[in-house]
Design a protein around this ligand. Structure first.
Ligand code: AMP
Ligand code: MN
Ligand code: ZN
Length: 937
């Protein structure tokens, strides 16, 4: 080395060292500050203060989860249907090109103006892109190159696409236009238009990955070089040889995200595409010449054909992504690259385990933060960490900084070491190093939850949300009943299992069918029924089979992402959103039905956000919290939960009293009085009698009143069980209390007894639903099937008895079960689809509703003893005082209650306490109230 360059090198090293010492100090300061501000964990990740360009992408085809990449499905290709799901959508077209002996490479013979002038077109609006498509669709050939960014992205993304026609150079800003690039698909897949690339292997799969762009009819100048046995096949060589142009290939490693691009980068990018058409023309001429020279040969080598064949073989490649976390082989290959001396064999098992765990951590961190592996943590840092015992976070920090300082500077010198990812998550590394043998999967799910869970430290993005739901990792922190101590608990467990088996949803609730807009953008996930609704009306065409997807043939009004409603474009998993339990789940309504049923129709239309799946355990927790909060609402608004209604005709109707009596309170009091009344301490007896009296409007009560109070609010099932237990018939009770309405009542009682026993009987012998100690008697799990055949917990049912003085003879009493949860908004289902008015639930033998009783001045479906009237008053109050805003806030409060009670760790990405749930309905929307009538007719 000459002295001058030695000195330069020394200077560079000194500068770099100084800079890294400075950065290290800065980073340390940042950590200290962060530790001081520990209050808000949500701001602890560096990403919160460092938005990346890709976070604006809405249409991301390859996310960072461990799920395989889904290729475009060509609906025109009928032969494709029975092929493997991830076959090449244009396999047929490309295969045809491979076989064609006269390939479609017909470049013009003279490309006159090869010189690159000043003008080029910077394409960064959708309109410009459409204009470009227009231009390209009229061309017979055009040249293409792409620039990628890979350091600050897990899978990398296309930052620039250069397209050159004979007349113009276009630089397509694929960051600004990421979500619109698919409009280029047709020209790239058009076999009659030849696309010229140089070394297309990577570009072809990158275009698939980012935009579902598939290249059909490719001429690759580097393949032509091979066929022509050129001494070199680099673009730089071709540029020099054919165009006398030199290019600085170091620029390919520039950060192509930067905007505006420097003049040098623009020049480089244009150069990569601009001369390709000219070079290709020259190469094809040479190939043809060789073909002609051998024309008399029988088994001649077709040079043009061979170049075309090799080029188009590249097109058959498919993008795939790594769907497994690094395992043993990744760890040992890393070690073999970085451990000198005696090699991997000399490395202890313990070290290998740490390397593997650190590789796994790095992989996961890279996926979560959408960073490259090398950005997160270098190989040499992993090796350094694994080879010596470290006890504190600052030791870890210093060791990483040191390991990276000791190795190559080059292009990597601008990566801070330790990276912000490491700095934000130093405690993880500490955890791994100090807890070496802990189960791998546990670390993963623990980290995913910590970073991306509801109170996660790191931002949830379109790139990482699926990690939460699609990882096959079993949650390690799932709520489990804590140990089975005694026999009773065992039988309770058995009973619970039976309950789960019988009544949880039998079919997956989310079908994850997709609806695309006519430009290919994903609008929402939904169930099959909704797809059929559109298909049967010729409003959409089927574009995918499994799971099915349709494309709307009309322009939908509004896009979910336009309205910040990303929730509707997330696929949802059929698991408990609370603990991740996947073996059983029930629907849970976050906004209690007694309120929701009174909401204005348009606020109800999107239920899927506020109906989640929960396992029995989480359901119980959520429900208890909701009941408690209802009482709080009642107190806050001064609107009692229960409305008392006078039974006897001689007394005035509808008296609201300050404090309602719940059916449970009433029954418990009545039961206690019947059983132990005479033996009770006086005070207690008075107290209980007071409760029963309150229900009866304050009048004196009789023995019959007590008997009758026992069945108030009971479901048919409860009544039957109660009947069994007590050995009395409610037919009898009916007679006592209702006298002249014997017919009616007897009739309904009979129907109740004949109810679908198989649906509910399992609970009779089980102790779970029957748990005497549980103060939950009221929410014993009576199941009803909803219209999709999936049962829902009847705790959401308002089970009540209503007495209707306005009925025919003035004192008819009848029992009613009203499913509040479904009654008033029965036109929507779990996915928020809104298809047809539901028939009343038939399965559980609802006593027929007295036609006349439906004409009473309050909603006939409203319970007097359930929370219906309370709900109505609350909602009316909110609407009057605060309008729809008030309803929105009210919903947020309920979501908050839910989140605090269940601490759900598996909510779909985009689920938000602040969800607005408002979307306008387009002309063809199934939600459009005008259309609904037509839909159900
Ligand atoms: P090119 O068409 O040769 O400019 O390369 C296209 C893209 O490939 C660049 O934008 C880089 O992201 C990537 N690339 C190609 N070669 C390298 C390399 N040796 N190191 C890093 N990135 C590269
Ligand atoms: Mn390039
Ligand atoms: Zn983070």
């Amino acid at each position: 080395m000459k002295n001058g360059s030695k000195m330069r090198m020394a200077f560079v090293i000194a500068t770099v060292t100084a800079i890294s010492i400075f950065l290290t100090a800065m980073n340390r300061r940042r950590i200290r500050n962060r530790n001081r501000n520990k209050k808000s964990p949500s701001s602890s990740c560096y990403l919160h203060s460092e938005p990346k360009p890709q976070s604006a992408f809405k249409r991301v085809l390859a996310d960072n989860s461990y799920t395989p990449f889904k290729h475009f499905k060509n609906s025109n290709d009928s032969s494709n249907n029975d092929k493997a799901s991830n076959s090449h959508p244009f396999e047929a077209e490309i295969t045809a090109l491979l076989k064609n002996s006269r390939p479609e490479i017909e470049l013009s013979t003279e490309i006159a103006d090869m010189e690159m002038n000043e003008a080029y077109v910077w394409v960064n609006t959708e309109l410009q892109l459409k204009e470009l498509v227009n231009v390209l669709s009229k061309e017979r050939f055009f040249a293409v190159d792409t620039e990628q960014h890979s350091l600050r992205s897990f899978l990398g993304f296309t930052a620039l696409v250069q397209i050159s026609t004979q007349k113009k150079d276009y630089l397509v800003d694929t960051i600004a236009l990421h979500d619109f690039m698919s409009i280029l698909c047709p020209v790239f897949a058009d076999p009659s238009i030849c696309k010229v690339f140089h070394g297309a292997d990577n570009d072809v799969v990158w275009l698939q990955r980012d935009f579902h762009i598939y290249v059909v009819n490719l001429f690759d100048t580097s393949k032509a070089c091979e066929v022509l046995s050129k001494p070199q096949k680099s673009l730089a060589y071709l540029l020099e040889t054919y165009c006398s142009v030199t290019t600085n290939k170091l620029l390919q490693r520039e950060d192509w995200r930067q905007r505006p691009l420097s003049a040098e980068m623009v020049q480089y990018a244009r150069t990569d595409a601009h001369y390709l058409l000219y070079i290709a023309t020259c190469l094809i001429a040479e190939l043809k010449q060789l073909d002609n020279q051998n024309s008399c040969d029988d088994d001649k080598f077709h040079f043009v054909h061979e170049a075309s064949r090799r080029s188009n073989s590249i097109c058959l490649q498919l993008f795939t992504k790594e769907v497994e976390a690094p395992g043993d082989s990744a760890a040992s290959s890393l070690l073999s690259r970085h451990v000198s001396g005696q090699g991997v064999a000399s490395v202890s098992n313990e070290t290998q385990t740490i390397v593997k765990q650190l590789c796994g951590w790095r992989d996961l961190m890279a996926r979560i933060h959408d960073e490259s592996l090398k950005y997160v943590l270098s190989d040499q840092a992993i090796v350094a960490l694994s080879s010596q015992p470290l006890s504190s976070e600052s030791e870890i920090y210093n060791l990483i900084a040191q390991a990276d300082n000791n190795v190559e500077m080059g292009v990597n010198s601008f990566i801070h070491s330790p990276s912000p990812v490491v700095c934000s998550h130093l405690s993880d590394i500490h955890h791994i190093l100090s807890d070496k043998l802990v189960n791998h999967d546990h670390i993963y799910s623990w980290i995913i939850q910590k970073c991306l869970g509801p109170n996660g430290t790191c931002p949830l993005t379109i790139f990482n949300y699926a990690l939460l739901f699609n990882s096959n990792l079993k949650p390690s922190l799932a709520y489990k009943p804590s140990g089975l101590k005694n026999h009773r608990q065992i039988s309770r467990k058995a009973s619970r299992d039976l309950f789960v088996q019988k009544f949880s949803c039998k079919a997956p609730v989310y079908h994850n069918c997709r609806i695309f807009a006519n430009d290919g953008r994903l609008l929402c996930y939904c169930d099959r029924k909704k797809l059929e609704w559109y298909l049967s009306r010729d409003l959409a065409k089927l574009v995918d089979e499994d799971p099915p997807a349709i494309m709307l043939l009309f322009e939908p009004k509004g896009r979910p992402e336009d309205e910040d409603n990303d929730f509707y474009i997330q696929s949802k998993r059929n698991i408990c959103v609370g603990c991740g339990e996947g073996s059983h789940y029930l629907r849970y309504r976050i906004i209690p039905s007694c309120y929701r049923m009174h909401f204005p129709e348009h606020l109800k239309s999107h239920r899927s956000h506020d109906i989640v799946l929960l396992c029995v355990d989480c359901h119980e927790i959520a429900h208890a919290a909701a009941e408690k909060y209802k009482r709080k609402i009642a107190a806050e608004f001064g609107i009692p939960l229960y409305v008392q209604r006078v039974v006897h005709p001689e007394q005035e109707s509808n008296v609201q009293i300050d404090e309602g009596v719940s059916p449970l309170q009433l029954r418990t009091a009545a039961m206690a009085l019947i059983r132990h009344g005479p033996r009770m301490p006086h005070n207690r007896r008075e107290e209980l009698t007071e409760i029963v009296k309150r229900y009866y409007g304050g009048r004196e009560i009789s023995e019959e009143d007590l008997e009758r109070a026992l069945i108030v609010g009971m479901s048919p099932h409860e009544r039957r069980r109660f009947e069994k237990k007590r050995g009395i018939s409610f037919r009898h009770v009916g007679k006592i209390t209702a006298g002249s309405e014997e017919e009616t009542h007897a009739d309904s009682t009979t129907r109740i007894s004949n109810g679908d026993v198989s649906k509910v009987d399992s609970l009779d012998d089980g102790s779970y639903a029957n748990e005497e100690t549980s103060n939950n008697v009221d929410r014993e799990h009576f199941m009803v099937k909803d219209d999709s055949g999936n049962p829902s917990l009847a705790s959401d049912l308002a089970v009540h008895a209503s007495v209707s003085p306005t009925a025919s003879n003035g004192n008819t009493s009848s029992f009613e079960i009203v499913d509040y949860s479904e009654s008033s908004d029965s036109t929507t289902n779990i996915d928020g689809t809104n298809l047809s008015r539901k028939k009343p639930n038939g399965d559980l033998s609802y006593p027929p509703k007295d036609e006349e009783s439906t004409q009473t001045k309050h909603n006939s479906k409203q319970s007097l003893l359930g929370h219906g009237p309370h709900g109505q008053e609350v909602v009316e109050h909110l609407m009057k005082e605060y309008g729809e805003e008030g309803i929105g806030q009210f919903c947020q409060r309920w979501r908050q209650v839910f989140v605090e009670a269940v601490n759900p760790r598996f909510l779909p990405a985009g689920w938000d306490v602040k969800h607005s749930g408002r979307r306008d309905f387009g002309e063809f929307s199934v939600y459009n109230p005008g259309k609904r009538v037509g839909a159900t007719a």
